[in-house]
Design a protein around this ligand. Sequence first.
Ligand SMILES: NC(=O)c1ccc[n+]([C@@H]2O[C@H](COP(=O)([O-])OP(=O)(O)OC[C@H]3O[C@@H](n4cnc5c(N)ncnc54)[C@H](OP(=O)(O)O)[C@@H]3O)[C@@H](O)[C@H]2O)c1
Length: 288
Amino acid sequence: MGKLQNKIYVVTGANSGIGLAAAESFAEQGAEVVLVCRNEARGRAAQQKIQQTSGNENIHLEIADFSSLRSISTLADRLLARYPRIDVLCNNAGGANAGRKLTAEGFELTFATNHLSGFLLTKKLLPSLLDHEGDPARVVFTSSLGHKNSPLDFDDLGLEKDYGTLKAYGRSKLMNLLTARELHKRYGDSKLIASSFHPGAVRTPIWSKGGILARLIGLVMYPFMWSIEKGADTFIWLASAEDAEVLSAEGSYFFDRRKPRIAQFATDEAAAELWHVSEQLIEPYFEA
Ligand SMILES: NC(=O)c1ccc[n+]([C@@H]2O[C@H](COP(=O)([O-])OP(=O)(O)OC[C@H]3O[C@@H](n4cnc5c(N)ncnc54)[C@H](OP(=O)(O)O)[C@@H]3O)[C@@H](O)[C@H]2O)c1
C-alpha cells in the first residue's frame, strides 16, 4: 500500500542513475512501474533490484532503443495496448556522444536519442495520458543546465556544420525544456501537467559514456557532484508530489525544487517552432 497505488508510471532510462532512483521511489510508493531500457540484461537487473528493495512485484520491463524512432514507435504501441491509462511519463533516457554520429534512420544521434524519441513517445502516448478520470497525468522531462550552452539553429538541427559534444548535448536538453513548455501550452487545459528539470551535476555513469571530454569533466567535477539520491529528488517530487508548485508547474523548468532563470533564447517562439519541426520529422515513424 502506498500513495501511488493504482497509478501507472513509465520511466525511460530506468536501469541506471537518476532514472533507476526515481523508479525505485515510485515502486516504494506503490505505483505500477514500467521500466524502459535498451539492454535486456541491465533492465532485468534493475527490475529485480527494485522488486527486492520495494517489495513491489508490479514492476515491468520494456526494451526499446532511443536511437531508433521505429523502436520507440513500436514501444508506444505496446504501451498503448497494455495501458489505456498512464498516469506519469518520465522522459529521462539520454546521454552525450563524442563525435558526430548518425542513427540508422539518418538523424544525428544525440538529437534523436535525447529529443526526437521522447517527443515521439509523448505524442503517441497522449491518448493514454489525456483526460483520464482522477488526477491529471504528468509528463516530466529530464533536461539540464546545459540547455544554456547555445540557442537552436533550425537550419542545422543535426549539427552538420560544427558538431561538438557539449553543443549537441546542450541543445538536446534545451529541446527537452522547450518541449515541456509547448506540451503545457497545447495540453495543459486537458488535465496534463508538464515540467522539466535539471538534476544537478550528479555522480551517475553518464560521465563515462560520452567520450573523453565527458570523462574529463566528470573527473574534475566528481568531488563536487551530488549523490544520485539528491539528484533524483526534484525528479521524484515533480513526478509524484501533490505540492501546489508541482500541480501548477505549467511546463516550467525546475532545479532543486525551484524555478531558476532559464536561457534567454528558450522562448515560446523556439518552443513552437521546435514542436512543428519535430512533428514533421517523426511523422514517417508515427505508424510503427
Ligand atoms: N548526471 C548528471 O550530472 C546529469 C546532469 C544533467 C542532466 N542529466 C540527464 O539525466 C538523465 C539521466 O542520466 P543519468 O545521469 O542518470 O545517467 P545514466 O546513469 O547514464 O542514465 C541514462 C539512462 O539513459 C539510458 N539511455 C541512454 N541512451 C539510450 C538509448 N539509446 N536507448 C535507451 N536508453 C538509453 C541509459 O541506458 P544504458 O544504461 O543502457 O546506457 C540509462 O538507463 C539524462 O537525460 C541526462 O542527460 C544528468
